[in-house]
Ligand binder design. Structure first.
Ligand code: FA5
Ligand code: MG
Length: 454
């Protein structure tokens, strides 16, 4: 892990992803460890928990109504990832501090929604599911990793194909074909919100949007009930005395540029509400732009690791990337027989070693009105710190937290202090190893971020 070069992601003329070559430019910001993840495809690796989770969710969205797409390439255009979905030009998600760019027009998809437009246009089925790896510059902790997996789902009805053009009747008929469940679902969110989540006036009647919402919510509730039923069975298989808490689910209003109205589903888990997915009524502009203006429908996007962590009680997201037999061997055979599924039994947790890094941000002097100079640090972004740490330490850091920040009253310079929690998943780190890694982190932060260690 300590042999990685300190150099910033090299501006290379060309890079290769899954056998295809792409030209880079000044926007390029993909570190080698992230680029290497593009070949892993955990969702296609039989018996991997991400694969098993995909399998279970797919079982609740059956073919041929839903068509599955699991091999879309992670390299997409800025247009597909953002423009086609109605992201405004100044949306923060577009920035280089949040998104991995290959070049100014091309990036590693940040979500599976990047493929919505192409599938609406293809219009091969009433519904689809897309599972894929997605990429985001983000913080370092037990539930965040720069690569994770999402599943996108969508279902449409066509005004020109349903009997009498009656979308509402057609949706309620399909709804009546879905099973019911007896889980208590809290849903206080208003049907519409005038500002954030208006009815798409001129495109849908309120009754149509509400029918779509009902079908969406029931479909996803059935999915989460299946997950929790299987999770409880897995726990009981290991521990006959296992007592299950009743599943609690709630819908909360949300905002996405490509759906209205929109909701997130949250599940009560270990004392807290956990967001598992985003969803909503598809914005009609997307369907119009895809050449299918007579269709109406819903879409959702779910985090597969987040569901897999609930399903198997996997405590740390880094484990998904582990090639350690002690991890992999626990899931062997499950893909072929889901009724064999057991909870993950953590192997020993190795001790943690904390080190702090305190530094002054670079001061970019600019002439102040009075002729003096004032420090400013507008270029600093926390994700840059996170990425340097990940690149130098590999998967050896469990989390990184900001513990202090202040601005010097005299010089106006800003100081930050981060606490890095070193803990390997596979061995006990010696003090010497930790010190060596930490020294490399400090050096890389000075070289790459221009900070001054305090
Ligand atoms: C989206 O990505 C939207 N594309 C979802 C969507 C699709 C909405 C279709 C409407 C219609 P969001 O950024 O909230 O939304 O991510 C969706 C889910 O991905 C989250 O609920 C969570 O389960 C998972 N997720 C998000 N960020 C991370 C992360 N850093 N690590 C692991 N899982 C994550
Ligand atoms: Mg979200």
């Amino acid at each position: 892990t300590s042999s990685l070069s300190h150099a910033a992601p090299k501006a290379r003329a060309n890079i290769e992803v899954n056998g295809k070559t792409y030209a880079t430019d000044l926007m390029y910001n993909v570190p080698p460890n992230v680029l290497a993840s593009t070949s892993r495809k955990l969702h296609l690796q039989k018996d991997h928990p991400v694969y098993i989770t995909r399998q279970i969710i797919e079982s609740k969205f059956p073919a041929p109504t839903y068509k599955y797409h699991n091999t879309f390439d992670p390299v997409v255009s800025v247009h597909e990832n953002f423009d086609s979905l109605g992201f405004p030009p100044d949306h923060p998600g577009r920035s280089r501090s949040d998104t991995y760019y290959i070049n100014k027009d091309t990036l590693l998809r940040t979500h599976t929604s990047a493929h919505q437009a192409q599938l609406f246009r293809a219009s091969e089925s009433d519904g689809f599911l897309i599972s894929a790896d997605v990429y985001r510059r983000d913080e370092v902790d037990r539930s965040h990793y720069p690569v994770f997996h999402q599943m996108e789902g969508a279902r449409v009805w066509d005004r020109e194909k349903v009997p009498n053009g009656d979308i509402v009747a057609a949706i309620y008929e399909d709804l009546a074909r879905l099973p019911t469940h007896d889980v208590k679902v809290e849903d206080d969110s208003p049907a519409f919100d005038a500002e954030r989540n208006p009815l798409q006036d001129g495109h849908h009647s309120a009754a149509e949007a509400e029918a779509v919402a009902k079908h969406l919510k029931r479909s996803l509730e059935l999915m989460v009930v299946e997950i929790f039923t299987r999770a409880k069975a897995a726990a009981a298989r290991q521990d006959p005395d296992f007592v299950d808490e009743p599943l609690r689910v709630r819908w909360v209003e949300a905002y996405f540029p490509f759906t209205s109205p929109s909701w997130e589903m949250e599940v009560y888990y270990q004392g807290d509400w956990l967001e598992v997915l985003g969803s909503g009524v598809v914005k009609q502009e997307l369907l119009i732009n895809a050449g299918v203006p007579s269709q109406v429908g819903w879409a959702f996007g779910i985090g597969l690791e987040r569901i897999a962590m609930l399903l198997f009680q996997i405590p740390d997201i880094r484990l998904f990337w582990s090639q350690d037999k002690r991890f992999i061997s626990q899931f062997v055979g499950v893909s072929d027989d889901l009724d064999q599924m057991k909870r993950f039994v953590p192997f020993s947790k190795y001790p943690a070693c904390c080190r702090d890094v305190a530094f002054w941000l670079p001061s970019t002097s600019s002439s102040a009105a009075g002729g003096g100079t004032k420090a400013s640090s507008h270029d600093f972004h926390e994700n840059d710190v996170m990425e340097v740490i990940r690149e130098i330490t590999g998967d050896t850091v469990e989390d990184v937290k900001l513990v202090d920040s202040f601005t010097h009253p005299g010089t106006g310079r800003k100081s930050m202090c981060y606490r890095i929690n070193y803990r390997s998943l596979v061995k006990t780190l010696t003090n010497r190893e930790t010190n060596k890694l930490h020294a490399e982190v400090l050096q890389a932060m000075v070289e790459r971020l221009g900070v001054e260690i305090r």
